[in-house]
Write a protein that binds this ligand. Structure first.
Ligand code: N7H
Length: 479
């Protein structure tokens, strides 16, 4: 996972009370997601207080481990360190078992992800609910999740098994799956092949920002600080954060094949077409900086790979308005100032891939035979205004980013986010479009539209959690 540059000066943030995955991120080559149901609330609380909370890794520890890792690498070591991490979150059903009647007021959280799938998220639906979700996520049994992380698989499994043993009869495991970073040089790439975790919001009072990394108020991501969109309705929510989990299956050979076919039709290189869909080349290099050729040195350089905006690209000559990163973070693209139109919708992403590498058979058959994709995780203090806003009002909204024009003055039909956009409009048969897959750079006026009849990212599960502070775990939730 990406390294964060952190300040050593004393921050006003209560880092030793904030779970470690939120602001900096638990160190992980492996992450086991252990979803559980609480069977005996009283006994569970005693376990939580006495045995489990003492194992939770806070942000101060994560910060110290980052320094150790940097030092380890500086001394020429490439080996992974165990760095075992444990964090925990609860769904609303879980919290009701621990603190009956408490209302966290975030509507998506209170209703639960399953109820949001049809409307706000736009997931494929059948008569009874989400059509593509695994049964465990539809069971209504998920009360919480343990995130068990580390650099070495055996160490992660050791900790996860210990946690399950400590739970004993107080809770049962509903679903247990391990994500893993990809092997070797692909470590920081997701399964479609793109460098991931390049752009994250910086946190005032914590992050030493990289060029292009905007510093935002911590209250957007943890309760109790400037920037929170609403006051936390309950005092024990201080130093806590909402976590969104989505299990997103990726059809990798199918997506690669689609890019080849479409690119042939447009008479452009499939790699260029892929970059137009994402807004970055697979190396991470942004189209806004290098619109026609990949530049892997730029992609790998944290001092340069996020240092851009879209101010000089108002005719989408460099990067389509609909490209995934431009939809998800339009930067200065909107008429309203960023502080109003963009910043309140930002999220901290902490996802990890899952599933094996594509096999030769899958490549040859151009068909997925093994489940793989992204365990998408993000943190925020308002699921409604942050994750769901991005998915519903940006990605699934064919008219976002606003009313833009081609250089010749004709209106742009921006279309859907070609990576995660969902078109659940009745009768549309999920067909998505995106404007200008073929670049008109540096000049030109060729009009082109990408047609996407199939989804290549399939939601196979989801749940909304609250990740409480360590003091709340010790006192309020286990009293
Ligand atoms: Fe995205 N991808 O590989 O194509 N994402 N994403 N994402 N995403 C980003 O900047 C991807 C998903 C955001 O600040 C990059 O780190 C895939 C969801 C945001 O410039 C790449 C999936 C949501 C950003 C991908 C997926 C987001 C971002 C560029 C699903 C929220 C930062 C690398 C399987 C609703 C934008 C980087 C910025 C970047 C991919 C999911 C949001 C390569 C494959 C569900 C906010």
């Amino acid at each position: 996972m990406p390294e964060q540059h952190t300040q050593t000066s004393a921050p006003a943030l209560e880092l030793d009370d904030i779970q470690g995955d939120i602001l900096i991120g638990l160190q992980k080559n492996f992450e086991r997601f252990v979803f559980f149901e609480i069977l005996d609330a009283t006994a569970f609380k005693a376990n939580l207080r006495e045995k489990l909370t003492p194992r939770i890794i806070d942000t101060t520890t994560v910060q110290a481990r980052e320094s150790q890792l940097r030092e380890h690498k500086r001394q020429g070591n490439n080996s992974a360190l165990p760095n075992v991490g444990l964090n925990v979150g609860f769904t609303n059903t879980g919290l009701q078992k621990l603190r009956p009647g408490d209302d966290l007021k975030d509507v998506p959280f209170v209703t639960g992800a399953q109820a949001r799938a049809a409307g706000r998220l736009g997931d494929p639906i059948n008569g009874t609910g989400p059509a593509t979700w695994r049964a465990e996520f539809l069971s209504g049994k998920i009360d919480g999740v343990f995130l068990v992380t580390g650099g070495i698989r055996e160490a992660v499994d050791g900790e996860a098994n210990q946690v399950i043993e400590l739970l004993g009869e107080t809770a049962s495991v509903v679903y247990d799956e391990t994500g893993n970073t990809r092997p070797g040089a692909d470590r920081r790439r997701e399964h479609f092949g793109w460098m991931d975790g390049v752009s994250q919001p910086g946190i005032k009072g914590l992050t030493d920002p990289l060029p292009g990394q905007k510093l935002l108020n911590p209250g957007l991501f943890v309760y109790g600080y400037p920037g929170q969109l609403t006051e936390p309705p309950l005092p024990w929510m201080k130093n806590g954060s909402f976590m969104v989990f989505r299990r997103l299956k990726q059809l990798v050979p199918e997506f690669a094949n689609y890019l080849i076919h479409q690119a042939n039709g447009f008479e452009i290189n499939p790699k260029l077409l892929g970059a137009r869909l994402v807004g970055r080349w697979q190396s991470g290099a942004p189209l806004a900086v290098t619109p026609l050729i990949d530049d892997s040195e730029l992609g790998a350089d944290p001092e340069r790979n996020n240092s851009f905006d879209f101010s000089d690209d108002q005719g989408q000559r460099r990067c389509p308005f609909g490209a995934h990163i431009r939809k998800m973070n339009p930067r200065d693209d909107l008429e309203l100032p960023q502080e109003i139109a963009v910043d309140p919708h930002r999220i901290i992403r902490r996802g990890i891939p899952f599933g094996p590498e594509v096999s030769t058979q899958e490549e040859e058959a151009r068909e997925t035979q093994h489940d793989r994709g992204l365990m998408f995780v993000c943190y925020q203090t308002s699921i409604f205004n942050q994750f769901e806003w991005l998915q519903d009002l940006f990605a699934n909204n064919k008219d976002f980013v606003g009313s833009k024009q081609h250089p010749d003055g004709s209106p742009v039909a921006v279309g859907w986010d070609p990576i995660i956009g969902q078109n659940s409009t009745p009768g549309a048969n999920r067909l998505r479009t995106m404007d200008e897959p073929v670049p008109n750079y540096p000049s030109g006026n060729r009009r082109s539209t990408l047609q996407q009849p199939n989804d290549f990212v399939i939601p196979t599960g989801g749940a909304y959690f609250f990740m409480p502070s360590i003091s709340a775990l010790k006192n309020d939730l286990s009293a």
